[in-house]
Design a protein around this ligand. Structure first.
Ligand code: ZN
Length: 289
């Protein structure tokens, strides 16, 4: 089962998150039939968004949108404080040759201009919205830029997805390291040096490094304290009742049209690709007297 950890380091002046998201990204791949480069783009976004969800409390949730000018089109991911995440990529059938670093060419799929936006639903109609331009299209760097410029929290963000020859997900994971006020220059410099000298995140996850091991590599095991370990999974809140309510709200005239013209109704959830079929009896039951 996938999981993430929350940790602090250097007397609480550094907050850190790391995640193993292989099964979660594989579930997204299967549901949306993503091809390799699209799997990496969606998978990196899911990986980071899940950690961002874990920064929230209670019933709070957030939506991340990556809207670049590349062929995959918008990527939309929802996550919450309970480790639940769902998401889709507009054009899942995108696959390119590896880039000149031998990696999946996510920037080419996502595009190198456009926007990343984050909407946090903090309950009682309290929303936080942040938006920044895409700076690289590689996702990890784009979220580093997002945290620094939209939330004013200097952060290092890494996310990687490896795909098997049969397109299934070999490994996925990532980290977010955030520097709080009070962190010393020595602490910050030390973390920067570590991040620039350790293997790339995709190599670490290929080696089977756990979230605990990844943070220990960056922060030093002796400096960090793990506070929470949380299961994470791809899960969607859609249901046949929600679909029925949506159809009910269209009104009797519209429902009669579905019955006469289509002999039923079919609805597909964008987020999880679940298909719902309603027959004539189902539709008749939704009409208001
Ligand atoms: Zn759904």
């Amino acid at each position: 089962m996938d999981y993430l950890i929350k940790a602090t380091a250097f007397q609480g002046t550094v907050r850190a998150y790391a995640i193993q998201s292989t099964e979660t990204v594989e579930e997204a791949r299967k549901r949306h039939d993503t091809w390799a480069t699209a799997s990496a783009a969606l998978g990196r976004t899911i990986t980071i968004s899940t950690m961002m969800g874990a920064m929230l409390k209670g019933e709070d949730k957030l939506t991340v949108k990556v809207e670049g000018d590349g062929p995959v089109g918008p990527i939309v991911v929802d996550s919450n404080s309970k480790g639940e995440v769902r998401g889709y990529i507009t054009n899942p059938h995108v696959d390119f040759d590896l880039n000149n670093k031998g990696k999946l060419d996510v920037a080419r799929a996502v595009g190198t201009s456009g926007n990343i936006s984050v909407v946090k639903d903090l309950g009682l109609k309290d929303f936080f919205t942040g938006q920044v331009p895409i700076v690289s299209g590689e996702i990890g760097e784009d979220f580093t830029y997002y945290f620094a410029n939209s939330e004013q929290v200097p952060s290092a963000v890494g996310a990687g997805v490896l795909v098997n020859p049969d397109h299934s997900i070999l490994a996925a994971g990532g980290f977010i390291i955030q520097v709080m006020p009070g962190a010393t220059d020595e602490t910050i410099g030390g973390i920067e040096t570590k991040i620039s000298t350790i293997d790339p995140i995709s190599t670490l996850i290929r080696q089977g490094r756990t979230p605990e091991e990844i943070l220990a590599l960056i922060l030093g095991e002796e400096n960090m304290k793990t506070h929470e370990r949380m299961s994470v999974q791809f899960t969607c809140s859609c249901s046949v009742d929600r679909i029925k309510n949506a159809i009910k709200s269209l009104g009797n005239k519209e429902i009669d049209q579905m019955i006469e013209e289509d002999g039923g109704a079919e609805a597909v959830c964008h987020f999880c690709n679940e298909q719902y079929q309603l027959d004539v009896d189902d539709l008749n039951a939704l009409k208001q007297a």
